[in-house]
Ligand binder design. Structure first.
Ligand code: CP
Ligand code: NVA
Length: 315
């Protein structure tokens, strides 16, 4: 069976912990793991802009002994309507894995359903699971553990980061609180799935419209842009409802005294986060951005090892 990572709950709690342990090893010993030696090629496909994901996967694949191939659907036949099923058959004969940033989760699922090599979600409208692995690694580095900690996410409760915090956080046994305005609540299906996972891991999930209630005593505060890629036309409408959810020193004072602050970046200072907080002593956003590479390397190694797909070099 080929293992994919399309959503955070594609890893069990034990598997997620294994990947995070491996990520820590890979951070200590950068070139010590070479599952892509050959080199085997990994296709990195971007249908949306990216700085961190492009960098961290490109450098990470090379660290693993492999060769990254960066593509975008605009310059391939994917952008001209070639069926995903056909693209899948072509890709699997050439590359060891596919990492895809795109819009619709269902397109990622279609590709994964028709391909024999691992597919990784490097952001869709619905989920950003690679980011959450890096965030969990960062929290563990700074707090020593994960299960039982409280993470409060402030801002757009209906976006990819909110959904991935709910699923990935619950998998890690975190208490995940989402503080979001009415009209921007998480998808009910994702929330229910996260609640079921939390029942097993000892975590919990909660949604509130009150930002202080969300932040109260939290060990981790997290936020994200109020206007995700593809929502640019809504920027004006979003400003007023999101304004009370800014992560600033006032909100930080409601969190635990040693609380850390996460932001997946890019950040918009003065919108979802104040400059004082993101550039201040509680912010760990640069560790978080670096950990993308370590966490994704571990994920790729795990998926390749766990998949029994032949891969192009065995055909
Ligand atoms: N956090 C993140 O995914 O950043 P990029 O959009 O720059 O890849
Ligand atoms: N929610 C943001 C995340 C950026 C990394 C977006 O989708 O644009």
């Amino acid at each position: 069976m080929t293992r994919h990572f399309l959503r955070d709950d594609d890893l069990t709690p034990d598997e997620q912990a294994r990947v995070l342990d491996l990520a820590d090893d890979m951070k200590k010993d950068r070139f010590g793991h070479r599952p892509l030696a050959g080199p085997r090629t990994v296709a990195l496909i971007f249908d949306k802009p990216s700085t961190r994901t492009r960098l961290s996967f490109s450098v990470g694949v090379a660290d693993l002994g492999g060769s990254p191939l960066v593509l975008d659907s605009g310059s391939t036949q994917m952008g001209r309507g070639e069926p995903l099923e056909d693209t899948a058959r072509v890709l699997e004969r050439q590359v060891a894995a596919v990492v895809w940033r795109t819009f619709a989760q269902k397109d990622l699922e279609t590709l994964a359903a028709h391909i024999s090599v691992p597919v990784v979600n490097s952001l869709t409208d619905e989920f950003h699971p690679c980011q959450i692995l890096a965030d969990l690694q960062t929290i563990r580095e700074h707090k020593g553990s994960l299960a039982g900690l409280t993470l409060a996410y402030l801002g757009d409760g209906a976006n990819n980061m909110a959904h991935s915090y709910l699923l990935g956080g619950a998998t890690a046994g975190l208490h995940v609180r989402v503080g979001a305005p009415d009209g921007y609540r998480p998808d009910p299906g994702v929330l229910a799935r996260a609640a079921r996972i939390a029942e097993r891991t000892g975590g919990s999930v909660a949604v509130t419209t009150d930002p202080r209630e969300a932040a109260d005593g939290a060990d981790v505060l997290a936020t994200d842009t109020w206007v995700s890629m593809g929502q640019e036309d809504e920027a004006g409408d979003r400003e007023a409802p999101f304004r009370p959810y800014i992560v600033d020193t006032a909100l930080l004072s409601a969190a635990a005294p040693e609380a850390i602050v996460l932001h997946c970046l890019p950040a918009y200072r003065g919108k979802e986060i104040s400059a004082e907080v993101i550039d201040g002593p509680r912010s760990v956003v640069w560790d978080e951005a670096e950990n993308r590479r370590h966490a994704q390397k571990a994920l790729l190694a795990f998926l390749l090892e766990s998949s029994d797909a032949p891969g192009p070099e065995q055909r």
